[in-house]
Design a protein around this ligand. Sequence first.
Ligand SMILES: Nc1ncnc2c1ncn2[C@@H]1O[C@H](COP(=O)(O)OP(=O)(O)OP(=O)(O)O)[C@@H](O)[C@H]1O
Ligand SMILES: [Mg+2]
Length: 373
Amino acid sequence: MNPFHHGVAITGQEFCPRPELLSTLRGHIDSNQNCVIRGVRRIGKTSAVLETLRTHKKAKYIYVNCWGKLDVDSLASAIYEAFLIHQQRKGLSIEKIIRGFAHLRPKVALDPYSGEPTFTVDTRADTAQDPRSIERVLDTLAHEGKKCPLVVVLDEFQALLKLPKAEALMATMRGAIQLQSHVTYFYLGSTRNLMDQIFNSPDRPFYKSAASVNVEPIERSVYVPYIKDKFATGKRGASSAALAAIFNAACDITGDVQQLCSEIWNFTTQGETIEAETVPHGLERIHRAEHESNSRIIDLLTPGQVRVLVGLARVGGASPTSKEFLTAAGVAQPSSVTRAINRLSDRGLIYDSPKGYRFFSPFFRTWLLTQEL
Ligand SMILES: Nc1ncnc2c1ncn2[C@@H]1O[C@H](COP(=O)(O)OP(=O)(O)OP(=O)(O)O)[C@@H](O)[C@H]1O
Ligand SMILES: [Mg+2]
C-alpha cells in the first residue's frame, strides 16, 4: 500500500517528529496564550496543532475549519457542531447531548469513513445573521473553559475576512475572546497577507492580540530519513541524489514532498532503487494529473497576467519590476506588472515572501514551465 499521504492532516505514528514546534505550541497551551500559527500552504500547520493537542496530557480542544463558511450563521453552526463533538469525546452519551443541547436542535450522523458520530445543528433562528450573536456562541466556550483546559482551533482563520459584515464579526469575536482567561485560541492561516491584515494592522480588532508561531519546513536531516523509511516499507531504495531532487522540486514543502513521493511510488516496484533520473517522471505525472485544473486557472487570467505569471516562473519573483524581468515577461510598464501581481496574489496563485514572490504550489510553477504560453 502506498505509504505516502497528502491532502489530509497527519497525526500519530505517521507524524514526522517536530519536537521544537510541538514544544512551542505546548508552551502556549500551558500558559494559556492565544496564538497565531502561520505558514505556507501544505507546510503542516494543521497536523502540528492536532498532534500537539492529541499528545497533550490535559487540554481538550474544539476544532473549527473557517474555510467555506458563508455567513455568521454557518460559522456559529460550525463552532457549535465542533463543541458537541468535544462533548462526545469527553464521554457524554449521544442521548445526553441531544437532550442537554436541545436548543441547538442537534442531528446526529455517522461519519462513513471513521464511524465517529458527527453533529449538525440549526442556529438560524438564534443568530439571524447578526455578527453580535457570535458572542453568545463564544460564551458557551468560555463557560466550558472553566470546567477543563480548552483550546479552540480556528483553522483557515483568514477565510472569515470574506464573510459579510466581517469587520463587525471580527470586532465582536475579539471583544469576547479577550475576556476569556480560561480558553486558549489558536488561529491558523496560510494566506500570509490576509493573516497579516488581521493581526498586524493597527486599525484591525485582532492587532497584536496573539503570540506568533511560524511553521517552517521540516529539517531535511529529519524528513529525508522519514521519507527513505517509507520507501523502504515497499522494499524500494532511494539514492541521496534522488531524495535531494525530490526535496528541491517540492521546495521542501512538507505535503508537496509527500505528493511527489506518492506519485513516484505508484510507478516503481519492489526491489527498485529510485535514482535522480526517476524524479522528473514523477513530476510529469503530477503535471498530467493537474493539467485540467491548472488550465482552468490560466483561462481565468488576462493575457497580461499570464505573461507576468510565466515571467515569475522563469525568472523568479525577487525583483519583478526590474528591467530584466520586464524584458523576460514581455511587459512594457512596471506598473502593469504591479497590477498583475496584485491580482495574482488576490487569486492565491502567488504570495509575497521575504525572498520575493513565490508560487502557492511548486508543481504549478513547474507545470507552467512546460506549457507554451
Ligand atoms: N509532521 C508531518 N509528518 C509527515 N507529513 C506531514 C507532517 N506535517 C504535514 N505533513 C504532510 O503535509 C500535508 C499537509 O499537512 P497539513 O494539512 O497539516 O498542512 P497545512 O499547513 O495545514 O496545509 P493547508 O495550508 O493546506 O491547510 C499532509 O497531508 C502530509 O502529507
Ligand atoms: Mg491546514
